[in-house]
Ligand binder design. Sequence first.
Ligand code: PEP
Ligand code: MN
Length: 270
Amino acid sequence: KPASKDDKIEITPISDWLPGLQRPLVISGPCSAETEAQVMETCQQLAATGKVDVLRAGIWKPRTRPNNFEGIGTIGLEWLKKAKEATGMKTAVEVANKQHVEEALKYGVDILWIGARTTVNPFSVQEIADALQGIDIPVLVKNPINADLELWIGAIERLSGAGITKLGAIHRGFAKYGETKYRNAPQWQLPIELKRRMPELPMICDPSHICGNRELLAEISQQALDLNYTGLMLESHINPDKAWSDAKQQVTPERLAEMIDGLVLRNGYS
Ligand code: PEP
Ligand code: MN
């Protein structure tokens, strides 16, 4: 199918909102903000590697099943603010509704992302877009949990319709039934088709949620770089095995830096 003119949206190049960006862009930090010390120490260790551009942390966690840790809430935004002040690292959080957007903006978060369980819901995405009307903050849109390209594009279009131009997509894999090698199937053909239809849209790979375990992160990260992705979002934690969510797929900042060092930058990037 030829790229439709309806797919044309205005995109501000990522180098305009992350000046001095080196390829690949690396966003890293814990799945969840847990304690002030955990956020601060993770951020300081990540900053010390010199390989991480943006600190991520989940503040409100949309859990598939109840009775799991559902996020520390607004106090975590204060920790992120302190971590940013201490290290100069930009910050990114997941938002799923209007209240999250308002809180994140109030605490000076630099980048918002929409999670896979939110991208599936046009009402939620529209609520976020409406809350951001006239506010020029970068928003990264994770693929919906199911392999529905139109839903992913639709979410990006809703944000674009609210005047947001600092847009990017995050490929975090697609839910499947049963035990397989990856926690979420990569289905590379979806992000590739999205890039074909929106060539200016920065594409970021989230190997952590594709793999579901730390052993496979390098393999998926390398595949993303080979496909000329703009960046990687990788979960990291000072004590991964003790993480309150997604323990198996998190790595220490030190191991993250080693893994990034082992990646081969192709396409002329060095
Ligand atoms: C996360 O980034 O921790 C997260 C909840 O991811 P996803 O929305 O991709 O499941
Ligand atoms: Mn996670």
